[in-house]
Design a protein around this ligand. Structure first.
Ligand SMILES: CC(C)(COP(=O)(O)OP(=O)(O)OC[C@H]1O[C@@H](n2cnc3c(N)ncnc32)[C@H](O)[C@@H]1OP(=O)(O)O)[C@@H](O)C(=O)NCCC(=O)NCCS
Length: 173
């Protein structure tokens, strides 16, 4: 789910999935704040995409980001035909890395059978609208450098390489 994750071969390719399964037209998809009753489907969707079930993690994210009244923290779902077909999570972070407040998208997932129908674009557009309401004029994300799928997606939406580089090291015990 996180933006550092690589695409996994177990999912199959999105384009192959489109041939196998009918997709919701973007127009029939509603984007709305997450509800507690969505969590099971989100856990299942994330487990399908990542191969790991992380129920307590999702419950914790729901508690932190699930309040629909705060524009600074957003957890949105795309719903079609009564089921959750995708979600996006992000927040406004103030002065991190010396940068003026900006929106960060740190998770976006669309159900493999609902991809390539504009759902991801709708989710990103909705969270960006929320960031604008929160007063910021820049959105950032981070992704695994070998995840060409998510890179293609974000590039298609207008995102470009930013001014920061990630650094890391192992911590000895
Ligand atoms: C990336 C992802 C969110 C895109 O969702 P989606 O609903 O299929 O995206 P859209 O239909 O809105 O596509 C918008 C654009 O993204 C690009 N894109 C999407 N899927 C693509 C693919 N498989 N190959 C190439 N470009 C692709 C295209 O430019 C597309 O525009 P087009 O349909 O006019 O060509 C979805 O594939 C996904 O959940 N991937 C796996 C999860 C993941 O790795 N998440 C990122 C870590 S947080």
């Amino acid at each position: 789910m996180t933006a550092t994750r690589s695409a996994r071969p177990a999912e199959g390719t999105a384009r192959k999935t489109r041939e196998l399964s009918p997709q919701p037209a973007a127009a029939t998809v509603a984007v709305r704040p997450v509800r507690l009753g969505d969590l099971d489907q989100i856990v299942t969707l994330d487990a399908r995409v990542t191969g790991l079930e992380k129920r307590s993690y999702w419950q914790s994210l729901y508690r932190r980001y699930g309040a629909p009244t705060q524009a600074e923290r957003q957890f949105l779902v795309a719903e079609a035909g009564g089921r959750v077909v995708g979600f996006v999570i992000g927040e406004v972070r103030d002065w991190e890395f010396g940068s003026p407040p900006c929106g960060w998208v740190f998770a976006i997932d669309v159900h493999p059978e609902a991809r390539l129908a504009g759902v991801g674009a709708r989710l990103l557009s909705a969270i960006c609208a929320g960031f604008r309401r929160a007063g910021v004029r820049k959105v950032r994300t981070m992704l695994s450098r070998d995840n060409n799928l998510i890179l293609s997606f974000f590039r298609s939406q207008g995102m470009m390489a930013g001014p920061f580089i990630p650094l890391e090291m192992d911590l000895e015990s």
